[in-house]
Design a protein around this ligand. Sequence first.
Ligand code: HXC
Ligand code: NAP
Length: 284
Amino acid sequence: MEGMLKPGSFKEKTIVITGGGTGLGRSMGKYLLELGANIVITSRKKEVIDKAAQELMKETGGRVLAVPCDVRKYEEIEQLLIVTQKEFGQIHGVLNNAAGNFISPTERLSHRAFDIVVDIVLKGTYYMTLAAGKNWITKKQPGTFLNIVTTYAWTGSGYVVPSACGKAGVLALTRSLAVEWAKYNIRSNAIAPGPFPTEGAWSRLLPGELASKFDPAKRIPLKRVGEHQELANLAAYLLSDYSAYVTGEVVTIDGGEWLRNGGEFSHLEDVTTDMWDAFEKMRK
Ligand code: HXC
Ligand code: NAP
């Protein structure tokens, strides 16, 4: 649960974090600040990011710029990059973390409900990526993208179908540009977290009684949900120069959840020792 990188690893580095005022974006941002980074946090809600910026600066002594920006609006992203460079100069990394999600049987969704999630997750990420990537390429500057996806980006998942479609697209974007933009010294990686408690995710994915009915920890071989610092350590590594040779990768951090739930015989963990003894007797 401790910070992993050397103090000062992000000294004089500037990282832009979409959705950086809440949840995991805020936790990753806090750790980057502790490592010496300047961070820029963005989201649609000015009051949320302004408050988060004040608190983060107080907690870490670092520099935080809060810029309202809807990642579905390309002009707002361009403006965000202008303001960031004015304040901090060069941008070194972009953490595409903003997302929208909720659970619903797909047949109950309106097309607008489908749009809203795909637009935040996929369009928001490729708009941010396109704008920042062009900026780096024009200025001949290196850069690093880190995209937050989920494990159902590759398995798919019922009841969160717009999110699954959006995250799958983000994973394709991550891998495609890792190859295409390597010649510009731009890296592109992703993290696929399993359940990490946040107000934003829990309120939308485990509303009402679902939280007690479907305890996520029960589906996880390591029998617990993730700690924010564990994710922050991985994110900091992938955004740092320590991972300079890593690109096009997606790192899963889920306590074994997705493999367990795909494994044909994973449910045999419910077989008791007595039952295993009885099977052995039968076999002999
Ligand atoms: C069905 C819904 C819905 C729901 C909204 N809609 N919520 N449909 N079930 N629960 C529909 C609305 O009826 C409307 O369609 C359309 O979606 C737009 O809804 P609005 O409320 O106007 O949108 P908006 O206020 O912009 O809010 C966007 C949002 C909201 C995505 C719906 O949840 C949000 O702001 N989310 C941001 C943060 C977030 O989602 N964080 C969780 C990420 S967790 P109609 O047809 O009526 O106009 C995550 C974890 C993944 O991704 C993996 C976990 C292990
Ligand atoms: P969260 O706190 O709700 O974070 C989502 C953030 O995205 C919010 O700050 C939100 O701010 C911002 N956002 C939404 N729409 C936006 C838009 N159009 N433009 C700019 N910002 C926008 O939830 P979280 O759990 O920390 O999720 C963070 C990331 O982790 C997401 O990518 C999510 O898919 C991923 N993830 C989470 C979990 C988990 O268990 N928590 C698991 C796997 C993956 P505003 O509403 O103010 O715009």
